[in-house]
Design a protein around this ligand. Structure first.
Ligand SMILES: NC(=O)c1ccc[n+]([C@@H]2O[C@H](COP(=O)([O-])OP(=O)(O)OC[C@H]3O[C@@H](n4cnc5c(N)ncnc54)[C@H](OP(=O)(O)O)[C@@H]3O)[C@@H](O)[C@H]2O)c1
Length: 365
């Protein structure tokens, strides 16, 4: 039996994941729906390949029966996660993906019992979204065990791949999301802003519907979660202006147009950009008793990090080292999982007392 099947193996991120798995000496099956692309990649990588679409149930099962775990890299996962998870449940194959989509996390969380019955681990979010932030959330929850409020954020550089840009276009007009009192709530785009020192000086940042709004609750049990991305003032203004274009932004005609532009123009970060860029990740917890703790990570560029975290986690899951059922990265492997990735550093500010009347969260306009 092979260790891993990488589905969407010839996409931008899938190719990076395959490179990493092959470099680590894992036995990898390459898979996707484009025969030429999969076969050419299989020759280059000296791996076996399987060609199937996700609606070819029999072929999905035959391929999954050959491996311990699948690393699903073919997004948008709103469209692709379910048929692959169904296949994994039928065949007893561990499931991992690199989604950052909140509805996908929440849907897969509801399949916890089925996954346990099938004896498999279902672990979405094994990339930049959400491994570093999830590990930071777990670390902060350890530092302040009675925390009831969590804010996470990041300052990323290096650019977007085509698939990430397509997923972003697909979600245009959907607004933002935060978690309050344990429930995910829709909020306007760029709902709150605040100044954050991500680790290299204070910057403006706005709330975004990042995957941790779903996952951090499963990892830490903290019921209030906001996620911020660094954004210059003009980007916050543009995002807020975009709220008024909601119906237009949701229009399928506009989305098709933008997807064509993405396909024509977006190539993803170059090898040099992936090697040289760094990302800054920040997290803050507060307790009702008036304590606050802040921790930070410096990480490699997002796609470089994704190739490493996805394969590191997949290797552990394939070895049977993860609990069965629905899992988050830090829920399965603890807050220090991220420190096993080369190039990651974590720092802690001392825990401080805060004025309970003061809210450290961002402000609404
Ligand atoms: N969480 C994270 O940190 C993180 C990091 C990187 C990427 N991502 C996500 O991963 C996804 C892929 O990104 P990417 O940059 O690698 O994109 P990409 O270069 O466009 O590759 C996408 C891959 O998915 C396949 N695919 C798409 N829809 C499919 C479907 N319905 N059935 C079968 N295969 C399908 C594509 O095959 P075809 O060419 O045949 O369509 C291609 O192999 C995106 O959703 C992105 O947001 C997340």
């Amino acid at each position: 039996m092979a260790d891993l099947l990488v589905y969407g193996s010839y996409g931008y991120t899938g190719s990076l994941v395959v490179d990493e798995a092959v470099e680590r000496g894992l036995d990898v099956l390459l898979a996707g729906r484009d025969r030429n692309a999969v076969e050419n990649q299989a020759i280059r990588q000296n791996c076996d390949e399987r060609v199937f679409s996700l609606d070819e149930r029999r072929l999905v099962d035959l391929a999954l029966e050959e491996v311990e775990a699948v690393v699903h890299c073919a997004g948008p996962f709103e469209e692709t996660a379910d048929p692959m998870v169904e296949g994994c449940l039928r065949t007893g194959t561990h499931y991992l993906d690199i989604t950052g989509e909140i509805p996908v996390f929440e849907r897969l969380a509801t399949r916890d019992g089925e996954a346990e019955n099938a004896g498999i681990t279902v672990l979405p979010g094994a990339g930049f979204d959400v491994v570093p932030t999830d590990c930071l959330a777990a670390h902060l929850a350890d530092r302040l065990p009675d925390a009831d409020r969590l804010s996470l954020g990041f300052q990323a550089s290096g650019g977007m791949s085509r698939g990430t840009a397509r997923t972003t276009v697909r979600n245009l007009g959907d607004g933002g999301a935060v978690r309050r009192d344990g429930r995910i709530e829709s909020v306007p785009t760029a709902w709150r802003t605040r100044r954050i020192d991500f680790g290299n000086g204070e910057r403006s940042a706005m709330t975004i519907p990042w995957g941790d709004v779903a996952t951090a609750y499963h990892t830490t049990g903290i019921g209030s979660v906001e996620v911020y991305a660094a954004a210059p003032g003009w980007a916050v203004t543009a995002a807020r202006f975009g709220r008024y274009l909601g119906p237009l932004a949701r229009s399928s005609v506009l989305k098709s147009l933008l997807e064509s532009l993405v396909d024509a123009r977006v190539e993803g970060p170059t090898e040099a950009e992936r090697r040289e860029s760094r990302n800054y990740v920040w997290g803050e917890v507060e307790s009702g008793a008036g304590e606050r703790a802040v921790s930070r990570l410096v990480t490699p560029e997002a796609y470089r990090l994704t190739r490493r975290t996805a394969v590191e986690i997949a290797e552990r899951v394939a070895d049977g080292d993860a609990p069965e059922g629905f899992q988050t990265p830090a829920g399965a492997f603890g807050p220090d999982l991220i420190l096993d990735v080369e190039g990651v550093e974590r720092t802690d500010d001392p825990t401080e007392a805060v004025d309970t009347d003061e809210t450290a969260g961002g402000t609404e306009p």
